[in-house]
Design a protein. Structure first.
Length: 270
């Protein structure tokens, strides 16, 4: 049987990373994780380390602004930060797609974790969105983990992370969940940061992504400018809501007005 994933090293010489943290953010509910990770990669000017290809990619390509087709991307970046004993470096997993079936998802996570172990990574963070039936004014960030000690790190005072996630979300689907589960088997402690967002395919969870970035900034002192992800939120959301309303009618825009009245929505992650 052919190997499912092809991994290409993009750097001629592998960097030396000090106590690296692996942070993942791929497309999902509201694209919360992808937005957060793309922002971090751009803001920190992270360098591409590996790219991934599979014949189990979705059978579609993107057309760019120059009318040229492009393959979907799945990439691992790195950034060296800090000095002295508190120095900590980072691996960022980002891309345009998720693996499309169970086998390719497990195989992909296994490849990523092999790389993480190669760099002696002992800490990982996955990100995603929790779908609500309305647009949240102030999205909450919930935390799940593969180890009790890691949960205590993220739910302590100051990080603004909700402690109780059981009963709030169902199964964590895709890389965000499987990476944590396989990470535990390989001795890598990890947490999932899941931000509330509107569960509509037209909606981009920029507010939720901002909340996740703020938690990561407080936790790791990355040195990113949160204002850059804040300044266009209102404008972008209004444009998206108007576009979705044109497609779906007035029913789409109604939940935002009645958001505070809905306290017991069904929450899930995907």
């Amino acid at each position: 049987m052919n190997k499912i994933w092809e991994v290409t090293q993009e750097e001629k010489k592998l960097p030396t990373l000090h106590r690296p943290v692996l942070i993942e953010g791929l497309p999902g509910i509201g694209n919360v994780g992808k937005i957060a990770l793309d922002f971090l990669i751009e803001e920190l000017k992270a360098k591409k380390l590996y790219s991934f290809f599979s014949y189990k990619f979705p059978h579609s390509v993107f057309v760019n602004e120059k009318n040229i087709v492009e393959m979907p991307r799945l990439e691992l970046y790195y950034k060296q930060l800090g000095k002295g004993n508190k120095k900590r470096d980072f691996l960022f997993l980002s891309g345009d797609i998720q693996p499309i079936d169970e086998e390719s998802c497990y195989a992909f996570c296994d490849e990523v974790l092999k790389i993480a172990k190669q760099f002696n990574c002992s800490h990982l963070v996955t990100t995603g969105g929790i779908a609500l039936q309305h647009v949240p004014d102030h999205p909450k960030v919930y935390c799940a983990g593969n180890d009790a000690s890691i949960l205590q790190e993220y739910t302590k005072k100051g990080l603004s992370v909700e402690k109780e996630i059981f009963g709030v979300v169902g199964p964590i689907i895709g890389v965000s969940g499987i990476l944590l589960a396989l990470g535990k088997k390989k001795g890598i402690k990890g947490a999932a940061l899941l931000a509330e967002t509107f569960g509509n395919p037209f909606y981009l969870g920029i507010k939720g992504a901002k909340e996740i970035v703020q938690v990561l900034e407080k936790k790791f002192s990355l040195g990113v400018n949160i204002k850059k992800i804040s300044k266009d939120i209102v404008e972008v959301e209004n444009q998206l809501l108007q576009k979705a309303s044109d497609w779906l009618g007035d029913e789409y825009s109604q939940p935002q007005a009645g958001a505070q009245a809905k306290k017991k929505d069904v929450h899930y992650i995907g």
